[in-house]
Design a protein. Sequence first.
Length: 270
Amino acid sequence: MIQAELRGKVPSRLEDAEDLLTSNVFSFFKYADRKLYFKSFLNELDILAPDNSLKDAEFRFWPRYDDCTEPDLVLLVAGFYVLIEAKHLSSFGEATAEKGCQIVREFEGGLNEAASLGKEFRYVAITSHYNKPTHLFAHLPVEIRNAMRWTNWQSVARLLLNILENVDSPADALFAEDLYNLLDKKKLRGFLPFNRIYHENLPPPPTIFFSAQSAKYRGDFIGFQYALQKEQPLDKPPLRLFYERKFFSQMPAICVGDVSGIKILLGGTL
């Protein structure tokens, strides 16, 4: 399905479907090298699972509880029961007259099932927000708000990019690159600082001007720096062109007026 979405072969009404996004991302964690990718994802959620427990981890997509509540995914790994509710463009289900809000129902159902399996319960909400949308969880009971974890799809893209850039010959690299490109296409990639986007320092060019020697279709123009080399250099003007005392010294003194007994002269030495 990743290739179909990358090539635009998925109907437009399904491009932003969160179930497809959930399937693509967590199917990758299921089938790719778990010690490399899946473990990194769990570590970001502070779920520390031993390496020897990863291959036996169960991925239960869209399980259903007795009250017909259906979370997106349950992970059974080591001693943890991890319930994941994934959102993209939709919101969490609100409470109605018939049933409580989605998060509360999932939290209670998952907590009970985790207890029956003897596992530690974790609730994880995934959204497309760049920062934690606290307004979406403000109505929840305090004990649920304090216990649940939040992450976003952008953190998955960051995880993939870090592995692709920093691990030598990582396993399933082509698979990881395709998933990263899919998240990028869906605008679910965080901002990359400029030192990450452009990290190669190229030497400066020998000249930033037109090069007459290398230009193939230059016509008669050979560039200013070459055309002006044949011209005689211009004489520099004196440091003080105006207001020189000797500027009018060669002119005869002519009286042009008399103001309050003071003669005004034009010409002569000032």
